[in-house]
Design a protein around this ligand. Structure first.
Ligand SMILES: [Zn+2]
Length: 300
């Protein structure tokens, strides 16, 4: 059992959104215990809690919204926060999409570590998987099993010789997250870039914030950071999406070909299946109980 954590001092950073291509500034501030991660759209004066019930869209990125106001592409930032075990933050943003930085979570990790992490005077609430659950849809399969800690196994298959099949199992603790997951960048296929841009997506995408996969080669002159960078990035995304549960979720998660939509649908199903988990909270003296979590994201 660990104490809740926030950052020691304010962080400022700015950059371009991957999909919108728009420049935004962020100010990340320490927040009191039990706040959770709360975004604040400064330009619209609207706060949006990082919670699965606020998920608005999962096409190519995870977006949350409140009162019709969105923050898009929150997953890499939430992955950094969850991977480092930071529970409470206020995140002021001047526009609608989180900055892509270098396409990984490393820019956020570096800034958070530079600011320092502060322990707060209350232990965390958390969810622990106690019974297996299997989620399946047309493209993906996700299973969770009871496990004392957080372990992720991920397998991807792509019909492209530079990826084909990659699989990795990792124990997600702070050290492994920083060294093996946070640096893995998002990726896209050169032949799909034009179609995405015609649909208003990937407008800010370039070789400095994404791996671009050509017919036979990686287009980025510096190549890959890991041989299996693609599956590592899928794990990074999954950690960010699962952070929308609102507290740490402990178990062994086994994912096949999953993306944002299935990650969120799986987590919604888990949280709506009380016999599969227990929720521990200091407010309840750590007596096990299952809150009636009826969490239906607003996206279809
Ligand atoms: Zn991603």
């Amino acid at each position: 059992m660990r104490y809740q954590r926030t950052i020691k001092r304010e962080i400022s950073l700015s950059g371009q959104g991957l999909h919108s291509g728009k420049e935004v500034s962020l100010t990340i501030k320490p927040a009191p215990r039990n706040s959770g991660i709360v975004f604040y759209r400064k330009d619209k004066d609207v706060s949006i809690k990082a919670h699965i019930s606020n998920v608005a869209d999962t096409a190519f990125a995870t977006s949350i919204s409140s009162r019709g106001v969105k923050v898009r592409t929150v997953e890499h930032f939430l992955s950094a926060v969850s991977g480092l075990g930071v529970d409470n933050l206020f995140v002021e943003i001047t526009g609608s999409e989180m900055p892509a930085l270098d396409g990984s979570a490393m820019g956020y990790v570096d800034k958070i570590l530079e600011a320092g992490i502060a322990k707060q005077a209350e232990v965390i609430s958390y969810i622990k998987v106690v019974k297996p659950l299997i989620y399946e849809d047309a493209h993906s399969r996700i299973m969770c099993l009871p496990y004392d800690g957080r372990k992720i196994s991920f397998v991807i298959h792509y019909n492209h010789s530079l990826i084909s099949k990659q699989e990795l199992t990792i124990l997600v603790d702070e050290k492994n997250f920083v060294s093996s997951i946070a640096p893995a960048r998002t990726f896209g296929f050169l032949k799909e870039v034009k179609a995405l841009q015609a649909n208003g997506l990937a407008l800010g995408g370039n070789l400095d914030n994404a791996i671009v996969i050509g017919e036979k080669d990686i287009m980025n002159p510096t190549g890959l950071r890991f041989k299996d960078e693609f599956v590592r990035h899928k794990i990074l995304d999954c950690i960010g999406d699962f952070a929308l549960a609102g507290c740490p979720v402990y178990g062994h998660f086994i994912l096949e070909k999953s993306g944002h939509s299935s990650n969120i649908k799986f987590m919604t199903e888990l949280l709506s299946t009380p016999e599969c988990y227990t929720y521990y909270s200091p407010q309840n003296n750590y007596k096990t109980f299952n809150p009636a979590l009826t969490l239906t994201p607003v996206f279809a």
